[in-house]
Write a protein that binds this ligand. Structure first.
Ligand code: ACO
Length: 317
């Protein structure tokens, strides 16, 4: 089916510490660190989502030894690009010099696994050979900076990867359990004189404990199903690359599986939760650090608003 042949990443310049947040929110470093594992996050000041995505995409293309003309599709995962329309994928295509089909998808934090599935289907059908996937999120514009329950959790950034035909993807499963009340961000209703119930601009709402329970439950089930499908044990997985939403979620999954801590890479301490960017950014860092070797078995999993979830197993080529 597919393999990843190049990755890139980009985060904004501005790094915000927990102490800086405590300067204007009723919170402190101790609460944020022990409840979430987050120490810092990067937020946009001058950067746009397009500029972060272009930097990540150019790196990914360079690592794959390809140029934009070699790409025959761009799929971008984002909650919202710099424009509602055109898509972020089109904005990036224009700047990197690509002229292939380009579109966005929104599966919230699960976006990376959804884009892998779409890319794999296009490549399998023969309609595309080389696909650029971009995950890009500006959570700092979605969170309410007056709400300590959510503002401390998120960060901004972009990650990209180039996909071609290969044998790395061994298993992929997606799910959506429709439940829009515990994690959502309503759009506004504009100024239509005909709308009967008007919605003003609002911010990300999350019932943290419900999302926490959903995450631990669905990731646990996804791991069992994936291992069973491939007939392997949890010990045979080299790395569990899990969505970086809360270090305690990752720890509780690790404890259940009784696997060593070094199999659960973490970067939430540096970046917070960057929605669909978290997993590919972590993968990209692991590659840069030389952690991932040919033949390594990676279990990748993410969950988010929808509620959506998805997982896959890659044997690195
Ligand atoms: N600083 C200090 N106190 C705080 C803060 C803060 N930043 N935030 C909340 N509190 C307080 C609450 O007000 C509450 O106080 P009270 O007891 O006086 O009412 C207390 O801390 C405990 O609050 P809880 O919500 O019970 O805290 P919890 O331990 O559940 O942690 C958290 C909250 C971190 C949000 C956790 O529930 C979580 O990580 N949930 C999962 C989030 C997630 O996975 N999101 C992923 C999807 S995001 C997406 O899709 C875009």
């Amino acid at each position: 089916m597919i393999k990843i042949i190049g990755m890139g990443k980009s985060v904004p310049q501005k790094c915000v510490t927990n102490d800086e947040l405590a300067g204007f929110l009723d919170t402190d470093d101790e609460w944020i660190t022990t409840r979430t594992g987050i120490k810092t996050r990067y937020v946009c000041t001058d950067e746009s989502l397009t500029s972060l995505s272009v930097e990540a995409s150019n790196q990914a293309l360079q690592n794959a030894n390809l140029s934009a003309e070699n790409i025959d599709m761009i799929i971008c995962s984002t909650l919202c690009g710099d424009y509602l329309t055109p898509s972020l994928a089109c904005a990036v295509a224009g700047q990197i010099g690509a002229s292939c089909p380009a579109f966005d998808i929104n599966a919230a934090c699960t976006g990376f696994v959804y884009t892998l599935d779409i890319a794999s289907a296009y490549i399998k059908s023969g309609k595309a050979q080389t696909i650029l996937i971009i995950c890009a999120e500006m959570m700092s514009t979605q969170a309410d900076w007056n709400d300590r329950n959510t503002a401390v959790l998120f960060g901004d950034g972009a990650a990209a990867c180039v996909i071609t035909a290969g044998d790395a993807l061994k298993y992929l499963s997606l799910s959506a359990i429709p439940e829009i009340t515990i994690l959502n961000l309503p759009s506004d209703t504009g100024n239509s004189p005909f709308i009967k119930s008007k919605r003003e601009k609002s911010y990300l709402y999350m019932h943290g404990q419900e999302v926490f329970k959903f995450a631990v439950n669905i990731v646990g089930k996804d791991i069992s199903k994936a291992l069973e499908a491939l007939g392997i044990s949890s010990a045979q997985i080299d790395y569990y690359v899990l969505h970086q939403a809360n270090k305690r979620i990752i720890d509780s999954i690790r404890v259940k599986l009784q696997q060593p801590e070094e199999k659960f890479p973490v970067n939430i301490n540096k970046y917070g939760n960057i929605s669909s960017v978290s997993v590919p950014l972590l993968l990209c860092e692991m590659l840069d650090e030389g952690k991932i070797k040919k033949g390594d078995k990676l279990f990748i999993s993410a969950f988010g608003a929808g509620l959506t979830a998805g997982c896959c197993i890659l044997i690195w080529e």
